[in-house]
Design a protein around this ligand. Structure first.
Ligand SMILES: [Zn+2]
Length: 460
């Protein structure tokens, strides 16, 4: 049974709070590998006040609202560490192609023809809807027109770390690297006081960004205290090209430029040698592992077991819907665990609790947001995902962490809170602004689908 209603303590000194959520299991992520049974989370003003046994919670707190989730497991809201939200509009429009061919013959020509604020808003709305229903409360984005993505994020009541995109070549967003930075930083200035939005500097990749621009980005990241979000060592071709142009591998080039640091979120890292793994560990770089995208574009399988053994933090990303083709973080978590075991020949590699930590606390640290999100502890924001494990095909359940990684799919996400606000309830998006965005998004979708279809036709 699950239900909600008003509840008040009958006697004694009790603290008034906004919300008490009781759950069969809670995985707070901190301390590592902890599973709390029959506990409750007390929430007031959007912040977690305490985690404690349910009976004790009812003695200590008078909640204006009580949620009883007695067949559910609660985790911190999932964090998608790498995506291009608006690319949902390009889902499945260039399949079965290698990366450079996929980019140059499909994605970039279509983007050049259609890119603009409306395209990004429509695609980002679709992405927010998909991710939120899948238990994702925060995502790290990299795309043009981040202010349009910001609008969708705010409509859905989500969090995002919006990448300020940087490339050397022109797009509808900007003419050159300086213009990308200027326009992106102006967007950040406008949204600086929005509590659920943060920013990163997002140079696209070593093959699309020049040394001088990387130097400027390193300085800006230090000055403004921002993470750097970068595609890196995704394919062997990318490494070969950099050796031809710069006489070194991309990671060695970035080391020379001072880019390796705890600020760097290195996306993909499919091809790393032992020296590069040691460098990442020494400099505190986080890897954003995107296993489906790496498999679909035949880039390879990242050496996650070796990276974990060296002490490197791993986050998990979906990449964009054009190369995945879904924004399903639970799917990526399962695949990440299976691939780490299969590639290393070690079944103990990447255990379930480590995978859950990757999709929550490690990602929050990489985004410099771990003081506020990433684990369920007193003082942090109440960003929570509830999974209902009562369905017949999910039973029995002996180890709920293993269940979360290997059994549960995103259809088990029942409820989601962000800053203590209910944003998904019984699998339905509930906030008015989000429902309005869903309605507007649905009517815009057929229009964009037709436009993309015409572009595909003109390219083939
Ligand atoms: Zn990407």
């Amino acid at each position: 049974m699950s239900g909600c209603g008003e509840w008040r303590a009958s006697a004694g000194t009790v603290q008034d709070i906004d919300l008490l959520i009781e759950a069969r299991w809670i995985i707070p992520v901190e301390p590592y590998a902890t599973v709390l049974e029959d506990h409750a989370i007390a929430i007031d003003g959007g912040v977690i006040v305490a985690l404690l046994p349910q009976a004790l919670a009812r003695e200590r707190f008078a909640a204006r609202k009580l949620e009883v989730l007695d067949h559910h497991v609660l985790t911190p809201g999932l964090i998608n560490l790498h995506t291009h939200a608006a690319m949902t509009l390009l889902r499945g429009c260039g399949d079965d192609l290698p990366l450079m061919q996929w980019l140059t013959t499909r994605i970039w020509p279509i983007e050049n023809a259609l890119m603009g604020e409306e395209f990004v808003l429509a695609g980002s709305r679709l992405a927010c809807s998909e991710m939120l229903r899948g238990g994702v409360t925060c995502f790290s984005d990299m795309y043009f027109f981040p202010d349009a993505t910001a609008r969708a994020v705010q409509e859905y009541g989500m969090r995002a770390c919006l990448g300020i995109p940087v490339l050397e070549f022109p797009s509808a967003w900007a003419a050159d690297a300086n213009a990308y930075l200027t326009r992106g930083l102006a967007c950040r200035d406008r949204l600086l006081n929005e509590p659920r939005l943060s920013f990163s500097l997002a140079p696209h990749a070593p093959y699309t960004v020049a040394d001088a621009t990387f130097g400027r980005i390193t300085t800006l990241a230090e000055q403004l205290d921002l993470p750097i979000h970068l595609h890196l060592h995704e394919t062997e071709d990318e490494i070969r090209e950099d050796i031809e142009r710069h006489q070194v591998r991309p990671i060695a080039r970035l080391e020379r430029l001072g880019l390796l640091s705890p600020r760097l979120i290195a996306v993909h890292c499919v091809h790393l040698n032992a020296h590069e793994i040691e460098l990442f560990a020494r400099h505190g770089v986080t890897i954003a592992h995107c296993p489906s995208s790496n498999l679909k574009l035949a880039s390879g399988i990242a050496p996650i077991t070796e990276a974990l053994a060296a002490g490197i933090a791993i986050g998990i990303g979906t990449d964009g819907a054009a190369s995945n083709n879904r924004l399903d973080l639970l799917c990526e978590m399962r695949l990440a665990a299976l691939l780490a075991k299969g590639r290393s020949g070690d079944a103990t590699s990447y255990p379930a609790h480590k995978v859950i930590e990757s999709a929550t606390l490690s990602a929050a640290r990489a985004l410099l947001l771990d003081a506020h999100i990433g684990s369920l502890v007193a003082g942090k924001s109440a960003d929570i995902t509830a999974f209902d494990v009562s369905a017949h095909d999910l039973r029995p359940c002996f180890d709920v962490a293993s269940h979360l990684v290997f059994v549960i799919g995103r259809e088990a996400v029942s409820d989601v809170w962000i800053q203590g606000n209910s944003v998904v309830q019984k699998r339905q998006i509930v906030q008015d602004a989000a429902r309005q965005a869903e309605a507007e998004g649905a009517s815009a979708l057929s229009l964009w689908q037709n436009r993309v279809k015409i572009q595909i036709g003109s390219l083939s």
